[in-house]
Design a protein around this ligand. Structure first.
Ligand code: AHG
Ligand code: MN
Ligand code: MN
Length: 333
């Protein structure tokens, strides 16, 4: 049985010049995962965790208490350990520069969706945490700037998610494949359970909020109908599965094969998901597992970001399925 700690140390040893900064960040995320896991598991027992916090976040969405709790847990862990130079979160309007001696001299910045699928927390359905790590572009020794956070996704050094499901798992990549670790709460350790994860080239699941069908672009409407048609060779009709938390839907599709789509819609011109906190990290993971992620036309990892909280349509999962959906997008206006 290999623990996450052991795995991180082994990987670091493969890079003789590594100073252990990235390993330190991953250890901080491991701690954050344990704290959020603990509190989610007793969410039903305490009013401090479930429900609406009564405030809206920067994007005008209701902030749940757990959104704030997860955001603060992540921020405090990173501040306390001084492993990164800066931090940006879906739940905070501006990025935070860690302006201490160690912070200014750190090499990396981190971006996060601290709690993904938060509307599911009150009803005991799987939620997640997403993170994305870049090497800063501003000079070491100074305070980080906005440009450190607005880098295209292909510049990511590491990305991953934690899914708090029937078991808690931490899945991440540093650009050398994807590995998954399952949490054993009795031991308090993550154990390597899914080595070198591969997303099947094709699957038979499509995940999309079909209640919004009438607002979708023509290409998406036609692709949905394609998914529902009978065809032996491609095993259609596909099954429709939509949990409503990207991390969980993505995790299932990565293991079993499938496509997740959050398209643009007449009420969401750029979709709902955020490029920096959701699109890029999940796209990096998808590609590292042999899958694909686009906005319907363009590779997600090639999109140059222009602002912290920008949104992006997302087509992600099994390579052949995403290519097929893209074909429909290009064919129908
Ligand atoms: P978050 O909880 O971080 O705001 O993200 C929720 C996202 C995503 O996880 C999920 O797939 C999607 O919103 C669900 O949105 P709809 O309810 O519009 O389908
Ligand atoms: Mn989210
Ligand atoms: Mn969130």
């Amino acid at each position: 049985m290999k623990t996450l700690g052991q795995f991180i140390v082994e990987k670091q040893a493969e890079y003789p010049n590594a100073k252990g900064e990235l390993s330190g960040i991953l250890s901080s995320i491991r701690l954050v995962a344990k704290v959020i896991h603990r509190d989610i598991n007793k969410a039903g027992l305490t009013n401090n965790i479930i429900g609406n916090s009564g405030v809206e976040n920067v994007q005008g969405e209701a902030q749940m208490k757990l959104d704030l709790f997860a955001h603060n847990t992540m921020k405090q862990a990173l501040i306390a350990r001084e492993e990164v130079a800066g931090f940006a979160s879906e739940e905070e309007e501006n990025f935070v520069a860690f302006d201490t001696e160690r912070g200014r001299n750190a090499k990396y910045v981190i971006l996060t969706d601290p709690l993904d699928g938060s509307s599911n927390i009150d009803v005991n359905v799987a939620v997640g945490t997403i993170f994305s790590i870049y090497r800063r572009v501003s000079p070491i020794g100074t305070k980080v700037t906005l440009e450190d956070f607005l880098q295209p996704g292909h510049k990511q050094v590491a990305a991953g998610y934690i899914v708090y499901g029937s078991s808690t798992m931490l899945v991440y990549t540093t650009g050398n494949g994807v590995n998954g670790f399952t949490y054993d709460p009795s031991l308090g350790v993550f154990c390597l359970s899914h080595e070198n994860m591969q997303c099947p080239k094709a699957g038979r699941v499509y995940s999309i909020n079909e209640g919004q069908y009438l607002k979708f672009p023509q290409g998406v409407k036609k692709y949905i109908k394609y998914c529902q048609e009978e065809d032996k060779e491609t095993q259609r009709p596909y099954a429709s599965r939509y949990i409503g938390s990207l991390v969980s839907d993505f995790h299932r599709n990565m293991l079993k094969g499938g496509i997740y789509i959050y398209p643009s819609a007449t009420n969401y011109p750029n979709g709902k998901l955020r490029l920096l906190y959701e699109g890029n990290p999940m796209a990096f993971l998808a590609e590292q597992a042999g899958g694909l992620a686009t906005d319907g036309y363009t590779r997600i990892l090639d999109i140059p970001p222009t602002e912290l909280h920008e949104r992006v349509p997302l087509f992600i999962g099994s390579k052949e399925m995403v290519e097929k959906a893209q074909e429909f997008m290009n064919t129908f206006e």
